[in-house]
Design a protein around this ligand. Sequence first.
Ligand SMILES: [Zn+2]
Length: 326
Amino acid sequence: MRNWVNFAEIKSQVKLAAVLRSYGVDWLRRSGPPYQYRGRCPIHGGQGTEAFHAQLERGVFHCFACGAGGNVLDFVAAMEGCSVRAAALRLQGSASQDGRPAPVPARGSRGRELVTKKRGVSPPLSFALNVDGRHPYLARRGLDPLTVDYFGVGYYGARGLMQGRIAIPIHDDQGRLVAYSGRALDQDGPRYRFPAGFQKAQVLFNYHRAWATSKREVIVVEGFFDCMRVHQAGYPWVVALMGARLSATQRDLLTERFPSVVLLLDGDQTGRTATKRIAGDLAPACSVTQVLLPPEMQPDQMAAADIRQALTDEERRAEISAKRPI
Ligand SMILES: [Zn+2]
């Protein structure tokens, strides 16, 4: 059965020592009792050479610097910037690839409780990555220190899925941290990395903060950096699709809370086509305004003044419908 996770079985089968080895952690030193090790924390990095403590027999760890701790699943989740469930799926996958028997789902109600109830919705993370918001890449992308702070983005240098990338925290509609996305600094590898199992169609980036502004209007952009730049231009009621598609869940999130939606997608053909389609999807439920940027323009490359102008310039705005009075 796909996506079945038996947490207890994985914890008993996968040894913390083996997982540490698979992440290249070979610098821990034995300290005192057998199976007791300590060393530099592989999760947050840092300078402390005694911060990270692992008890290999019990399969638990704790970092006294970044506060991360738990069992083998928590460790993988912290390294990968993913949920414990996604970490379990990963370990489950590697166990079967190694030729060892993959964990068999247990029968009975206790087993069933372990399955995430609401399919597709990412559970909150139990940790936060320690990132460096002063990395020059962020200034190069036009973000000022206040914006960087506000969104909690920064360079992540420690090992894991986000290693060497700008880690961008993503929250659900309740404001709970559910994942990180990792933006590459150069052309190597994919531009954005998401943890395995993360369903981006289930969330809108920055939704909880946009909602907290109590504005009845919301601005919708494509990407993280578009969102941060529009926020910085003086529009905190902005959300990002993390792409150019609007899922049914995202549509409901928007129309449940905002009577008016302003679409500010990229000016290229993809953005134009997406704007039309999304406006059509939203129009029955709320008032939609399209801001059509010139083909070479996208919000993350626009000066704050140009963003403000685009959002107020009547010629660029096309009202689709206003079915609900505001
Ligand atoms: Zn740590």
